[in-house]
Write a protein that binds this ligand. Structure first.
Ligand SMILES: NC(=O)c1ccc[n+]([C@@H]2O[C@H](COP(=O)([O-])OP(=O)(O)OC[C@H]3O[C@@H](n4cnc5c(N)ncnc54)[C@H](OP(=O)(O)O)[C@@H]3O)[C@@H](O)[C@H]2O)c1
Length: 266
């Protein structure tokens, strides 16, 4: 059955590849990027993979600006009374300016808090049978709650690994709390050092087959084997559901991450 799927950060890398796969599989894609020209190019490319060559809808929003993210999430909920899947794929590791206009570390803003806002706002239109797929990583480090809500100048790896564990923690917490009326919420490490811009620029290596990441994201979005995955973590380096960082298995720590995000957003 054809599903309506929003995928953030679908102008490049794993997001763009996954969007092409899902479009070719007959799903209705809603694309997102921060750069209008790249978004237009992605819409054309994904359109070429769509039956009937129809151009998918696209939205331009910089996820490092949380007010813009809030407005966009409202706009999405207004424009799409029903949606089946949200893939929170957009992410950042290294960038020249690591502090946002809100005084946050850009990794926490884009990788942790923006997807939280999008998920909370869109969960009601996803409803039962819906899914939220959150792009986690093998890089996970204990979250400094202060650094999550206020820029402290963490180095790239510390900020990225903390932002990904924080994302995994709220994903598990919301996923475990999601009952029959709510969507499945799952965190997925797509595989390490896949051949994308993030890996080329951040780690100086070419990386391995990007299809490994796109395939697992598409599977998590629509595959039957992810139907019962709410609150779980899939590690594609292991090719299986696996334990995340131990902090993500601690309900008190998971709750503390959510409380800190909610306090920041209130
Ligand atoms: N590649 C890997 O080996 C790997 C491993 C583990 C996890 N991941 C995760 O997989 C996801 C995709 O990463 P990738 O490797 O495909 O990286 P990528 O090629 O750099 O793509 C990242 C996407 O996110 C978008 N993005 C970045 N900052 C944004 C912002 N402020 N606002 C809106 N969109 C923004 C990018 O837009 P632009 O096109 O404008 O840059 C791009 O579309 C990320 O969450 C990453 O952390 C990747």
């Amino acid at each position: 059955m054809s599903k309506t799927i929003l995928i953030t950060g679908s102008t490049d890398g794993i997001g763009l590849e996954a969007a092409k796969l899902l479009a070719a599989d007959g799903h209705h894609m809603i694309l997102h990027g921060r750069n209008p020209a790249k978004l237009e190019a992605a819409q054309t490319t994904v359109g070429e993979h769509t039956e009937g060559a129809t151009t998918p809808l696209g939205y331009t929003v910089d996820l490092s600006n949380l007010d813009d993210v809030k407005s966009w999430a409202d706009e999405l909920a207004d424009n799409h009374p029903a949606m089946d899947v949200v893939i929170n794929n957009a992410g950042v590791f290294q960038t020249p300016n690591t502090q946002t206009s809100d005084g946050l570390d850009v990794r926490f803003a884009v990788n942790t808090i923006a997807p939280y806002l999008i998920t909370r706002r869109l969960a009601p239109i996803l409803g039962p049978g819906g899914r939220v797929v959150n792009l986690s990583s093998a890089a996970q480090a204990p979250v400094d709650l202060e650094a999550m809500v206020r820029y402290t100048g963490l180095d790239n790896m510390a900020a990225y690994a903390q932002s990904k564990l924080a994302l995994t923690m709220w994903s598990m917490e919301l996923g475990l709390a999601s009952d029959d009326a709510g969507p499945v919420v799952v965190a997925v490490n797509p595989g390490s050092l896949l051949a994308t811009k993030m890996v080329r620029e951040g780690f100086g290596v070419a990386g391995s087959d990007i299809g490994i990441g796109a395939d697992i994201i598409a599977r998590a979005a629509v595959g039957d084997d992810f139907e019962q995955s709410s609150g779980r973590y899939f590690d594609n380096d292991a090719g299986a559901f696996a334990p995340p960082h131990p902090d993500a298995e601690d309900a008190t720590k998971r709750r503390a991450v959510i409380d800190a995000i909610e306090a920041l957003l209130s």
